[in-house]
Ligand binder design. Structure first.
Ligand code: HEC
Length: 88
């Protein structure tokens, strides 16, 4: 059996909505384009699923984006599905 994802069975589709509302504008102002370079740049910070969840939690808190814990989990699931593609 595969190890469980750190975000449980959170729905990445819901995560996209929260991400587009709470997170993307600032990343666009940092990285230009659609902001996705934040997750795909050569010197990106993250290298595991757990790191995505931790960083998503931290960014939510630091920026007062206001997402609930289950919404943070959905965003982390979305970021892995769409950009990071980490297996563990
Ligand atoms: C006010 C600006 C701002 C907001 C809002 C913001 N971020 Fe960020 N985020 C940043 C900056 C700046 C960095 C790059 C930090 C660095 O390079 O040290 C970053 C980096 C990240 C990374 C790591 C990217 C990598 O290198 O792999 C993730 C994941 C992330 N943010 C998720 C989120 C999520 C999820 C939200 C919404 C809940 C969010 N951010 C909202 C400014 C923001």
């Amino acid at each position: 059996m595969l190890a469980a994802d750190p975000w449980g069975n959170a729905d990445p589709k819901l995560g996209k909505e929260h991400h587009d509302k709470a997170c993307v504008a600032c990343h666009i102002s940092q990285q230009g384009g659609d902001g996705s370079k934040m997750y795909t740049r050569d010197n990106r910070l993250l290298s595991s699923k757990l790191a995505i969840l931790k960083r998503t939690t931290a960014c939510n808190a630091q920026t007062k984006a206001g997402l609930l814990p289950e919404e943070v989990a959905q965003v982390a699931a979305y970021l892995n599905l769409q950009y990071y593609h980490f297996k563990e």
